[in-house]
Design a protein around this ligand. Structure first.
Ligand SMILES: [Mg+2]
Length: 247
C-alpha cells in the first residue's frame, strides 16, 4: 500500500494502485507522496448541496425513463452525457430545466463547513488550489465573488470535455506545471470527481457527508477513491498524515 491510513479518514484499499503512484511515492522506503496541488469540485464539495439532482433528472427525463436509467447506472446518472445525442429542440428544453435548477441553487448558495479553513491551510503551505465543475461559469464567478476565495484555474461546463473525462484535471496540472500524481482531486461524486481524478493519475478523495457510498449498491462499483472523508474538516489531517507538504 502506498498510503498510510490516517485516523480521521478511512482509506479504501486499492486493488490496482496506479503506476504513477508507485513510481513516485517510493512506498518501499516509507516516503510520502509530494503534494503540490488540490483540485476541488464545487457543488456539494465547496458548497453545501442545494441542487436536488434526483428531482432535476426526473424533470429532464420523465419519471419512467429516470427509473430505468437509474437502475442501469448505480453509481449515478451522467445527465449531460445522456442528453448529448438528443435532438436540438429536446436538448434545449433539457438545458432550460437544468439551468433553472442550478439558478435556484445559486440563490441558496452556502460555503461548505471547513472549506475556508482548508483553503487557508493550503495557502499557508503554498499548495495550489484549482476547481473543476460541471456547473456553468456564472456559478463559479458567483462563488468566487460571494465567498472571496479564488481558485485558479477554475474550469466550468464551458471547458470540454468535462468530468469524468480527465481532460480538465490534466489541463490544470499542465497549467501549474506539476504531475497529476502530485495532485489530489476532492469531490462528492464517485462517477465524476473520483473517475476524473483516477483517469488523470491523481490521488482522489471522496467527500461522503451522509455515508451514501457505504450502501451495498456501491459494493459492485469498481471505482474506489484513495481516501474518503465525511467532512472537509477531516482533510487537513488527512493531508498531513499522508503527504509530503513541503513547498
Ligand atoms: Mg459535486
Amino acid at each position: 500500500m502506498p498510503l498510510l491510513i490516517s485516523r480521521s479518514a478511512s482509506v479504501f484499499l486499492q486493488s490496482r494502485p496506479s503506476m504513477a503512484h508507485f513510481s513516485t511515492t517510493s512506498s518501499s522506503i516509507g516516503q510520502k507522496a509530494r503534494l503540490r496541488g488540490v483540485v476541488f469540485d464545487m457543488d456539494g464539495t465547496l458548497t453545501v448541496p442545494v441542487i436536488d439532482f434526483p428531482a432535476m433528472y426526473k424533470a429532464v427525463l420523465g419519471e419512467e425513463e429516470y427509473v430505468s436509467v437509474r437502475s442501469k447506472n448505480p453509481s449515478g446518472i451522467d445527465i449531460l452525457h445522456y442528453i448529448e445525442n438528443w435532438s436540438p429542440e429536446k436538448q434545449r428544453k433539457a438545458f432550460e430545466i437544468i439551468t433553472d435548477f442550478e439558478r435556484q441553487g445559486l440563490d441558496r448558495l452556502q460555503i461548505m463547513p471547513g472549506a475556508a479553513e482548508l483553503c487557508g491551510y493550503l495557502d499557508s503551505k503554498k499548495i495550489r488550489r484549482g476547481l473543476i465543475t460541471r456547473n456553468i461559469k456564472a456559478a463559479v464567478d458567483l462563488f468566487h465573488k460571494r465567498f472571496g476565495i479564488v481558485f485558479s484555474p477554475a474550469l466550468s461546463r464551458e471547458f470540454h470535455p468535462y468530468k469524468p473525462d480527465p481532460a480538465p484535471l490534466l489541463h490544470i496540472c499542465s497549467n501549474w506545471d506539476v504531475h497529476p500524481y502530485e495532485v489530489i482531486m476532492i469531490g462528492d461524486s464517485l462517477k465524476d470527481d473520483v473517475a476524473c481524478g483516477k483517469r488523470a493519475g491523481a490521488f482522489t478523495c471522496l467527500l461522503d457527508e451522509t455515508g451514501r457510498y457505504d450502501s451495498p449498491e456501491f459494493d459492485t462499483v469498481d471505482l474506489k477513491p484513495d481516501f474518503k472523508v465525511s467532512s472537509l474538516v477531516e482533510v487537513h489531517s488527512l493531508l498531513e498524515a499522508n503527504f509530503d507538504l513541503t513547498p
